[in-house]
Design a protein around this ligand. Structure first.
Ligand SMILES: NC(=O)c1ccc[n+]([C@@H]2O[C@H](COP(=O)([O-])OP(=O)(O)OC[C@H]3O[C@@H](n4cnc5c(N)ncnc54)[C@H](O)[C@@H]3O)[C@@H](O)[C@H]2O)c1
Length: 326
């Protein structure tokens, strides 16, 4: 019998690529997605494959979680409230979506463990857990530095940090094989710009010859990794015994400012777009605080699984442009 993986949020951007990868390896995949930010069209290439079971439902449904976890040999927990724009607007939903379902899944995995079934779980976390730590480069043991609770944008990072604490506690207290991956700006085909993601927003504007809107002064530094590289890391980490009970930065460590990114996108796409600036207050609200620099130290993941992002920024922009053109 081939292995069965459960992917929560499998109709999302990263989840749909992970689904394709596992199915291409001969695995069976169960997806649970409520389509809150995902899209069933993301699964077009695999939807008719008999190895895929796609369930439109929410992972805050306890009986559904019990059923799907009971049938899985491996769990990839990707479902969450995502996107800075969405989170700044809907903090209640962010906290509820990101905390309660993780607890449900871990509890069910704990029950499997009591029956002797040790089911590995990959948990998708985020570079947002570092908050506004002022270090140039962030490594996994660094402090989490959040802003005030009156600023809702921090609720995303804090809610993911709670999930990390819980996942690591299940490893420590019960030996549940859990691995935490902190993603740093994952990009590629199927990512939507609708929830504030910068690269699809820029590429779409450039293709339409509309102005690219840069927030603040554009000097914020970010690192972009192609989803294909990230999927390799996720799958390998979930299969690596040495990774369990640990946290890993996942992404690229090649930083670029958002202004340079806007210029590069215009050049690669061959667009006549101009660049316009918008304050954070206009883009989000008066309370919005951003992170100036977000660069991962990748030593741990390189040493543990030999990870290195292969696709550079030009290849990434070209793949997003090709997807949006089609
Ligand atoms: N894309 C990035 O750069 C990035 C960076 C850091 C962390 N992450 C994390 O990676 C994961 C996947 O993100 P993504 O970029 O693919 O975003 P996405 O919005 O495309 O995927 C999230 C999916 O989860 C689904 N979902 C949300 N709540 C659900 C619920 N209660 N029940 C069932 N399905 C639900 C959504 O419909 C969506 O399909 C998330 O956990 C996110 O926090 C992504």
């Amino acid at each position: 019998m081939s292995k069965t993986s459960l992917i929560t949020g499998g109709a999302g951007f990263i989840g749909s690529h992970l689904t394709e990868k596992l199915i291409s390896q001969g695995e069976r995949v169960i997806i649970v997605d409520d389509l809150s930010t995902g899209d069933a069209k993301n699964l077009a290439k695999v939807i008719d494959d008999e190895r895929l079971e796609y369930i439109e439902g929410s992972i805050d449904d306890e009986s559904l979680v019990e059923d799907v976890v009971s049938r899985a040999d491996r769990v990839y927990h990707l479902a969450a409230a995502v996107g800075v724009a969405l989170i700044a607007k809907q903090p209640i939903q962010t906290i509820e979506r990101n905390v309660y379902p993780t607890q449900l899944i871990l509890n069910q995995l704990g029950k499997r463990l009591e029956k002797g079934d040790s089911v590995p779980c990959f948990f998708a976390s985020t570079s947002e857990v570092y908050g506004k730590n002022p270090k140039e480069v962030w490594c996994e043991e660094d402090d989490l530095v959040f802003g005030a609770t009156t600023k809702p944008r921090w609720s995303y990072g804090v809610s993911k940090a709670i999930d990390e604490f819980l996942a690591l506690a299940f490893f420590k207290e019960r030996e549940l094989p859990v691995v935490v991956g902190r993603f740093f700006n994952v990009v590629g085909p199927r990512q939507t710009g609708a929830y504030g993601m910068v690269l699809p927003r820029f590429v779409q504007a450039a293709l339409d010859n509309r102005p690219l809107v840069v927030h603040d002064d554009g000097k914020q530094a970010r690192c972009f990794a192609h989803v294909d590289d990230v999927i390799e890391a996720i799958v390998t980490l979930a299969e690596t015994q040495e990774a369990f009970g640990r946290v890993f930065n996942i992404g690229s460590d090649q930083d670029i400012t958002i202004l340079e990114l806007a210029k590069r996108v215009i050049e690669r796409v061959g667009s006549s777009s101009t660049i316009e600036y918008q304050s954070y207050a206009q883009a989000y609200d008066e309370s919005f605080e951003d992170i100036r620099r977000r660069v991962p130290d990748l030593s741990r993941i390189q040493q543990t699984i030999g990870f290195r992002a292969k696709k550079d920024l030009n290849a990434i922009i070209d793949s997003v442009a090709q997807y949006l053109r089609s």
